[in-house]
Design a protein around this ligand. Structure first.
Ligand SMILES: Nc1ncnc2c1ncn2[C@@H]1O[C@H](COP(=O)(O)OP(=O)(O)OP(=O)(O)O)[C@@H](O)[C@H]1O
Ligand SMILES: [Mg+2]
Length: 590
């Protein structure tokens, strides 16, 4: 298990971190928080006043001479009822007022996490586990709102209440009562802290098991097609059940340790209550106290131990919340490996000159590209061909700066792409990727994604160019048809054409086609290639293709093999060279 960074004592590093995070949310609604605090003070004063009314009432009732003056107890009864009501209503008002503050905090925090996740690099997203991640975020944000409510409304006020009650007991009934109360409160507090610390590990294990089982479920559902193809439903169910079984064990330990904690707390409370009531009963028998005093002490003890018990609960929950928030904070603490440099230039790149200069790259120490150099003049069409796994798509990922090159550099319009903002860089390139994945939305919305502010006419034009009109017209719901999760309701070729329409819409100076027509039949392929030629006019284009017939017209063809450029030249030059490309061409012509 990972050594804990944060749990180094009741107030560890994370706790301050979290408290500092909470502060801006609290001061965002200053007057609301102040009003809620005012409600809190009124409610507390009312609740401290209650036992006194009760004492007066009991004394009034047990005093035989008061029987004729029935109005006294009745007005006290009414006062008692009113104070109770006031107490409850004011507390509700307080919660309602404060709700807005916590909701806003959840919104802001959710937004911050979402934003951060999108900022994180490719490597993180390839590693991430969607199901577990979403559970971590869910638990993290609800933990935060819990913390806010209870930090503000329970801990400080309860401590105040304890001081107040001990003071009143001391003032009215002397050392013994105040002493027993204070001692029991201390014993309760110390026991709660120790026991809760001991439990935290179990709470964290349960949270982790929860994420694991959730990851399994989501992953399995995302791949439901594969599950069906291989008839592996039972295997999946077994795997999920194993994850759930671990969760069950973790939860059981969590629950049993909670039982131990609660039982210990109850013991301390009962002993203190018994002692106090015994002392009070003795004093009543001795005539040093009235029945009303006895009732008052009982009421105070109840009043004290309910919030104290609550404090125990809150402390426990807060530790739990910290354990949950820990994972979310780990996430927020992750630094994206690709970041804009401080002086990054946000220039609009309009020409589209691309050059790769001695580029070398490896994914975790496995060399993929070595000394790759080529350049594309503005408006030129350059093709990259080579066997599967040669590193063609990797070149594109480097161009988009999903990863940074290890050697050499990549320039657009003469700027090293690391000196540009990611936004300026990515604005300049439109891509039809090798595998198109769509959002579970309508066709039109998926196309509009290329440029969200595009007009309907522009979208129509893009649809025509991508040869999608016929397909869309054949659909009963036309462009409003939902494409299903990840676009699974479309055929491979249809998805590819949506991707082409999107790329056309983006209107970037550089166009990249990574196997853009690989899923199309020869007829549509020809049609689209003609269209793409149209689109590519006045654009720089980088075309990756397996079928060499699609790139014969390129200004230059770069042959990549095992991460190295082995040949470059035009189609006819390369054929004349009678080497790598010529062989490939011959094989494909056959
Ligand atoms: N994220 C990654 N982590 C580790 N290795 C990777 C990663 N992405 C790709 N690779 C490896 O890098 C090599 C080059 O991959 P790339 O996708 O660039 O090939 P390609 O030339 O586009 O092949 P294809 O024609 O099949 O699409 C492959 O061997 C692949 O296994
Ligand atoms: Mg590829």
């Amino acid at each position: 298990m990972r050594p804990s960074l944060y749990f180094d004592g009741p107030i560890g590093k994370l706790n301050w971190h979290v408290l500092r995070m909470l502060w801006p949310y609290l001061i965002e609604f200053k007057s609301r928080v102040a009003l809620a605090m005012l409600c809190l003070v009124i409610a507390k004063l009312a609740s401290v006043g209650l036992p006194f009314v009760l004492k007066a009432l009991v004394d009034g009732l047990s005093d035989s001479s008061a029987k004729e003056l029935i109005s006294v107890p009745i007005s006290l009864v009414i006062a008692y009822g009113c104070i109770r009501l006031l107490n409850t209503i004011i507390s509700e008002v307080r919660d309602t007022l404060f709700g807005r503050v916590t909701e806003r905090a959840i919104r802001r925090l959710g937004m911050a996490v979402f934003d951060h996740l999108h900022r994180l690099d490719m490597a993180f997203h390839l590693e991430r586990r969607t199901g577990g991640l979403s559970r971590d975020i869910e638990r993290g944000t609800s933990g935060m709102s819990f913390l806010m409510r209870f930090m503000v409304f329970n801990i400080v006020p309860t401590i105040l209440e304890i001081v107040l009650v001990v003071g009143i007991l001391f003032y009215n009934y002397g050392y013994a009562f105040a002493g027993v109360t204070l001692l029991s409160v201390i014993a309760y507090g110390v026991y709660s802290i120790i026991a809760t610390e001991w439990r935290t590990g179990y709470v964290r294990d349960a949270a982790k098991a929860d994420s694991v089982s959730s990851t399994r479920a989501i992953d399995s559902l995302l791949n439901y097609e594969t599950v069906k193809y291989f008839n592996n439903e039972q295997y999946e169910a077994k795997q999920y059940d194993e994850a759930l079984a671990q969760w069950e064990v973790a939860k059981r330990k969590n629950r049993l340790s909670l039982f131990a904690l609660n039982a210990g707390q109850a013991c301390i409370i009962s002993v203190a209550m018994t002692l106090m009531l015994g002392m009070a009963a003795y004093d009543v028998v001795q005539g040093k106290m009235t029945i009303g005093d006895f009732v008052l002490i009982n009421a105070f003890m109840m009043q004290l131990f309910i919030p104290l018990n609550f404090l125990g609960f809150v402390y426990r929950e807060i530790r739990g919340a910290f354990a949950n928030i820990e994972r979310m904070f780990d996430l927020l603490d992750k630094v994206p490996s690709i970041q804009d440099s401080a002086d990054a230039c946000n220039q609009v790149l309009s020409q589209g000159r691309v050059s790769f200069e001695h580029v070398g790259f490896s994914y975790d120490s496995r060399t993929i590209l070595a000394d790759v150099s080529f350049s594309i003049e503005a408006g030129q069409k350059v093709a990259i061909v080579g066997d599967s796994g040669a590193g063609k798509s990797t070149l594109v990922k480097l161009l988009f700066r999903f990863y940074d090159v290890i050697d050499g550099r990549i320039c657009i319009d003469g700027h090293d792409i690391r000196t540009l903002t990611q936004s300026a860089l990515r604005q300049a390139i439109a891509i039809v990727p090798q595998d198109t994945v769509l959002f579970n939305d309508t066709l039109i919305e998926n196309i509009r994604y290329g440029r969200p502010d595009a007009t309907a006419e522009e979208i129509d034009a893009a649809i025509k160019m991508a040869h999608l009109s016929q397909f869309i017209d054949s659909l009963p719901e036309g462009g409003e048809t939902k494409v299903g999760e990840r676009g699974l309701k479309l055929s491979g070729g249809e998805k590819q054409r949506v991707a082409i329409a999107r790329a056309i819409l983006k209107k970037s100076p550089i166009l990249v086609f990574d196997e853009a027509t690989s899923s199309l039949d020869s007829h549509s392929e020809q049609a689209i290639l003609t269209a793409l030629k149209e689109v590519a006019k006045g654009h720089t284009s980088l075309v990756i293709a397996h079928r060499l017939s699609t790139v014969v017209d390129a200004d230059r063809i770069i042959v990549l093999s095992k991460g190295r450029v082995v040949e470059t030249g035009s189609h006819s030059e390369l054929l004349a060279a009678k080497s790598f490309y010529a062989n490939l061409w011959r094989v494909q012509q056959e």
